[in-house]
Design a protein around this ligand. Structure first.
Ligand code: XMP
Length: 519
């Protein structure tokens, strides 16, 4: 892999994505990794990410110069660039000046890294210190008003660096620079494709599972569907998909899975009606993390039940009675990072399929999508023949409507939210906005009431929140500027058609600071 060393910036993930967009596999490792640990991964190249620190700050992450002697091509970005310059004997100055945002860079010598990009280019910068002298053996490729050395390279040692952030779209030729490094600087071939991911994962799944039985919790969403299709490809009939109807689903979801997914993949599907179990377990709870943990726990209990049923059935039919040992989950890379799986990252929410698992879990997990981003999962799904209606679906969280009712979850509230959600989805689709929106959670503020007037009477109902967001990977998001007339139609229809709702409000918060879901 290409290793992206994370110096604590939010950019590491973005770099990994861009490298993969160039069809080269990449992984993120924490900066606390020693050179030995990095080399143990047999990296094809290493990219040092940006970071919040100054190389002079106390406790600033340090780059071991041995890294540059390992014969592995290295690209330093922003902080990584400065750390590289410093480690190799260049001069990094604390100027007190900073460059932030769109910055013009002048190319003085294109070299390998900047060939194929223009002499003047707009780049996105975010730094305080700057490199004033390149280390010995390096050629200076570009300068900007705040950075006497804005890019450099030493082709004999295959070391490269840029002060700007090529991974950010605001850097006009950023992707070209990254590709120059990967293809020319490091000599890598663009051959990491969905087809290869499938072949690799199929082999890994076979190795992990052997001839044991496997169940997969299917939610009808993109992730679990693609994970199931992948495992089906790997172990065929050893897999049974279990769809737990927890009563927290949107209108029409069970039907869609039964109809579209099974037809396309031919998986064995068991639908369990667990509405009462979940409702009973959630009764009296309104704390978001508690609700998430309860839902995670009940999911597992339902899967355990399904596993017992499967084994019982196969005994009846006198076939071999191997226990169900594995549970497939469609965990994605951002889930892993956001649940505190990344080094030094805070636990923001317990995603039910990562942080919310009970301690006494009896299954081993099979998580073939754990290293992938959403768009990559979609590409893999398409390659596997998962139908477009499922692959293109907007993300829907495992805990479902349970985390879109702010307050206690009850059957009545679920019905209200389901009706409002169906209207919003219908109108957004009708307006042709599905591609523009990453997802649009519809949230019921169950503990809030406000006064309204409908017909001739006073009402005292609940607000519904629309939370349309645009995003590339759900790590960050912006609120989608929906046309007013579409918002008006949704608002009118919801207040007219959904009982107990007398107000529709629009969430205009980006992420950060707001998360996408309200809980
Ligand atoms: P947040 O709310 O953390 O959401 O900004 C980021 C993305 O993750 C989805 N999400 C979940 N998906 N299980 C899931 O499978 C969960 O527990 C969960 N919580 C949030 C959310 O819909 C958004 O796409």
């Amino acid at each position: 892999p290409v290793l992206v060393v994370d110096f604590g910036a939010q950019y590491a993930q973005l770099i990994a994505r861009r490298v993969r967009e160039a069809k080269v596999y990449s992984e993120i490792v924490p900066h606390t990794f020693t050179v030995e640990q990095m080399l143990a991964k047999d990296p094809a190249a290493i990219i040092l990410s940006g970071g919040p620190s100054s190389v002079y700050a106390q406790g600033a992450p340090f780059v071991d110069p041995a890294l540059f002697e390992a014969g592995v091509p290295v690209l330093g970005i922003c902080y990584g660039f400065q750390a590289m310059a410093q480690a190799l004997g260049g001069k990094v100055a604390q100027t007190g000046l900073s460059e932030y945002g769109g910055t013009e860079v002048e190319v003085c010598s294109a070299g390998v890294l900047l060939a194929e990009t223009p002499d003047h280019q707009t780049t996105w910068m975010s730094h305080g210190d700057s490199v004033h002298a390149a280390p010995e053996g390096f050629e200076v490729l570009a300068t900007s008003s705040g950075s006497p050395v804005a890019a450099f390279e030493d082709t004999s040692r295959r070391l490269y660096g840029v002060q700007w952030h090529p991974e950010v779209k605001h850097s006009a030729h950023g992707q070209a620079v990254l590709e120059r490094f990967l293809y020319e600087g490091a000599g890598l071939a663009p051959d990491w494709t969905p087809g290869n991911v499938i072949a690799e994962q199929v082999a890994l799944i076979r190795e992990q599972v052997g001839d044991a039985r496997v169940i997969c919790g299917l939610s009808g969403g993109v992730d679990s569907s693609v994970a199931a299709a992948l495992v089906q490809q790997a172990v065929g009939d050893q897999l049974t998909c279990v769809f737990v109807d927890h009563g927290l689903l949107r209108a029409g979801e069970v039907e869609q899975v039964e109809r579209d997914f099974v037809a396309a993949t031919g998986v064995k599907l068991v639908v369990m009606d667990e509405k009462q179990r979940f409702l009973a377990a959630l009764a009296g709870h309104s704390d978001p993390e508690t609700k998430r943990k309860i839902i995670g726990r009940e999911f597992i209990r339902a899967f355990e039940q399904a596993a017992r049923d499967i084994v019982g059935e196969s005994r009846e039919h006198d076939s071999d009675d191997t226990e169900v040992k594995f549970l497939v989950q469609g965990t994605l890379y951002p889930d892993v990072v956001e649940s505190g799986g990344g080094e030094g990252t805070a636990n923001i929410k317990s995603h039910h399929n990562v942080g919310g698992l009970p301690d006494d879990l009896q299954f081993s997990l099979v998580e073939p999508l754990r290293a992938l981003f959403k768009d990559e999962v979609r590409a893999v799904g398409r390659e596997l023949g998962v139908p477009e209606v499922i692959v293109a679906r907007q993300p829907f969280p495992g805990p479902g409507l349970g985390i879109r009712i702010v307050g206690e979850v009850t059957a009545e509230r679920l019905e209200i939210l389901r009706a409002a959600d169906a209207i919003a989805r219908e109108e957004l689709t009708k307006a042709g906005l599905d591609d523009e929106i990453w997802q649009c959670p519809v949230v019921l503020l169950a503990d809030v009431r406000s006064v309204g007037v409908q017909g001739d009477g006073r009402t005292y109902g609940h607000p519904i929140v629309l939370r349309p967001v645009s995003s590339e990977d759900a790590m960050t998001a912006d609120w989608t500027r929906l046309p007013y007339d579409v918002l008006a139609t949704i608002s009118t229809r919801i207040t007219n058609e959904v009982k107990d709702v007398n107000r529709v409000v629009l969430d205009v918060t980006s992420k950060p600071p707001g998360t996408i879901e309200w809980e």
